[in-house]
Design a binder for this molecule. Structure first.
Ligand code: G3P
Ligand code: MG
Length: 308
């Protein structure tokens, strides 16, 4: 299988980033990026990240959701990306079109032109009628206009994981707006993460877990990950402390309740993904007053209920 070169010149610009919004420097060796990125992302990730754009306020994974995220002052968004049959990267969470569009079928078996014939806004609300499933390229261009950073989550059908990772890495290397903070690619798929690592080592990677496995650190090191992403329902204070004390920023999904967000920040979670980030802003502000994770004592802290 042939994978595209990273960027138009075959190189990737995301190397040795040190500042929010700064152009990455090219001097830092690729092998240091994992470590550099860990501290880099710990420093620049905002406490609130719009989930699927801002899925509580506009149809998920659409350009309208990215615009809405900008309106409610999100500094970063997360969205889901997958391949069409003709090898185009689109923003779509599910394998199939039915839940979020008026189309039918599996995106991986349809061409981009077919997918974009369908309405991706009307199911959310009539005000969004006419919204289409966007390409990753369209989304990236809009992020540049809006000045919003992104966590690009790779969703891959079986057998196309490496292709998805390689295509996404190449596209981001070629099109990522230089004025934005460097992107963060995440996935549940270890094959997709491995492809990103192989094709564009400087792009920061985050490993996604539902429940954190015992060997989480081995996996994070294997794929040179900068961040750890976990379903908040599976977090508890000791686990948060273990991850944070290992030097990894910890991102928790999907948190729509302010009380739960405060609890997670209190445990030391770095960022939460939320469909309604504007509702969590008071919780996020209180997070900045909390002690660093290394200072937290998880012993005796009570485990709080999940509120997904
Ligand atoms: O990336 C965090 C979160 O989006 C992972 O779960 O199913 O919402 O893509 P999901
Ligand atoms: Mg996602």
């Amino acid at each position: 299988m042939h994978f595209p070169a990273t960027g138009s010149s075959g190189t990737c610009p995301f190397t040795g980033t040190d500042k929010v919004g700064a152009l990455p420097t090219r001097e830092a060796p690729h092998r240091s990026v994992g470590t550099t990125s860990r501290s880099h992302f710990g420093g620049i990730l905002p406490p609130l990240i719009g989930h699927r754009g801002a899925a509580g306020c506009a149809p998920e994974n659409t350009l309208a959701a990215l615009r809405k995220a900008g309106e409610i002052k999100c500094r970063w968004v997360e969205f889901d990306v997958r391949l069409t049959a003709d090898g185009q990267l689109i923003l779509l969470h599910d394998e199939r079109l039915e839940r979020t569009t008026n189309g039918r079928g599996k995106a991986a078996l349809l061409s981009l032109a077919t997918v974009q014939r369908y309405d991706a806004g009307r199911r959310f609300g009539t005000a969004f009628r006419g919204e289409r499933v966007p390409t990753l390229a369209e989304a990236v261009a809009l992020l540049g206009e809006l000045g919003i950073g992104a966590n690009v989550e790779l969703k891959a059908v079986r057998g196309r994981e490496a292709e998805t990772g390689a295509m996404a890495a190449a596209l981001l290397c070629g099109l990522w707006p230089p004025q934005l903070p460097a992107p963060l690619i995440s996935s549940f798929s270890q094959k997709a993460l491995a492809a990103v690592q192989a094709c564009a080592p400087p792009i920061a990677r985050g490993i996604l877990f539902r429940a954190v496995p015992r060997n989480w650190r081995v996996l994070a090191e294997k794929f040179g990950c900068a961040t750890i992403h976990v379903d908040h329902c599976h977090l508890h204070p000791a686990l948060v402390a273990e991850i944070r004390e290992s030097g990894y920023p910890l991102l928790a999904y999907t948190v729509n309740d302010p009380g739960r967000a405060s609890t997670l920040f209190g445990w030391g979670v770095t960022s939460v993904f939320s469909d309604v980030p504007h509702i969590l802003s008071a919780a996020a502000e209180s997070a900045t007053c909390l002690p660093a994770a290394a200072e937290l004592n998880p012993v005796g802290a009570s485990r709080q209920g999940a509120v997904r």
